[in-house]
Design a protein around this ligand. Structure first.
Ligand SMILES: N[C@@H](CCC(=O)N[C@@H](CS)C(=O)NCC(=O)O)C(=O)O
Length: 286
């Protein structure tokens, strides 16, 4: 909820310094009586309060997630960007443990458990749809302004989920050479379709970040990291829109930077552990 600030007439201000969604506020004053907040940003004076953001809140749920997981990263992106008080935990006792299968019967991350009504959701896009619906009043909304742009956002995430994501395992799992080739070729075709669809102005569906950006961005990190290292393939080379958009997204916000770092660090750890060699990635594809 945004309420107008009454702080200037209130003697009970307490000062604070804070970084909110990547913007560093140099000083601010909170009033405990009317619970308003006056914010001084680098760009000058602004005056509003989002109660949900500024107040300390109890946890509202738990997201079961693994840092390297691109699908979990989609949901972490929304949680970080909106500063939602949802704790992030690893699956208890492993993905296929009895304990975790009670949370997500598919044995996959992410899953979201909600404190208030004891509901558990899974499937990253469903979780994100829930989060943007529930926290619609907290920006960024992740909802483009027009019906057409909202459709492009959905189309982008659908293209990833149906025509790129299902082949991602071929980048890093122990599969036959034929299967790997098939996956890389299918992923390449999916990326070409994405190039035709996204606007990249600067986001996939225009000037506002949307679920389309979040669905594709963390997953593309896998392709951009692994394909040149192991398959002499630069997947964004002939895709100017996807390439420009991806590089823009890496530093688009502190949420984007955090998610990027988490996924990259996960991939680097796998690499250092020799996981990719064990999975046969060093064998060149002819
Ligand atoms: N369609 C699912 C995909 C989730 C998924 O495949 N997660 C991976 C990690 S990124 C996983 O848990 N894999 C373990 C497995 O499939 O056994 C979603 O969007 O949440």
């Amino acid at each position: 909820m945004i309420i107008p600030c009454m702080g200037f007439v209130c003697p009970y201000w307490s000062s604070w310094k804070k970084e909110i969604r990547g913007i560093r506020y140099t000083s601010g004053y909170s009033c405990p009586l009317d619970r308003s907040t006056t914010v001084f940003s680098r760009k000058g004076y602004s005056c509003s309060l989002d109660l949900d953001i500024f107040q300390e809140r109890e946890r509202e749920g738990i997201l079961y997630s693994i840092p390297v997981s691109n699908y979990s990263a989609r949901c972490r992106f929304v949680i970080y960007a909106k500063e939602i008080p949802i704790e992030i935990h690893s699956p208890p006792a492993g993905l296929k443990s009895e304990e975790y299968l009670k949370i997500n019967p598919l044995g996959k991350v992410p899953a979201l458990w909600l404190v208030d009504n004891n509901i558990t959701l899974f499937e990253s896009e469903v979780i994100n749809e829930y989060l943007i619906d529930k926290y619609m009043h907290v920006s960024p909304s992740f909802i483009p302004k027009t019906a057409e742009k909202r459709a492009i956002a959905r189309l982008s995430s659908r293209i990833y989920d149906l025509y790129i994501g299902p082949y991602q395992y071929g980048l890093y799992r122990d599969v036959s050479m034929e299967e790997r080739k098939h996956c890389l070729e299918s992923g390449r075709r999916g990326l070409e379709v994405l190039e035709r669809v996204i606007q990249a102005t600067p986001f996939v569906a225009g000037e506002r970040i949307s679920l389309g950006d979040i669905a594709v961005f963390p997953s593309l990190i896998f392709w951009v990291y692994l394909a040149p290292r192991y398959y002499d393939w630069y997947p964004l080379e002939d895709l100017p829109k996807v390439s420009g958009w991806f590089h823009f997204m890496k530093t688009e916000s502190s949420a984007a930077e955090k998610v990027y770092k988490e996924v990259i660090e996960g991939l680097e750890t796998w690499e250092k552990n020799g996981r990719f060699e064990r999975m046969g990635l060093k064998q060149r594809i002819s």
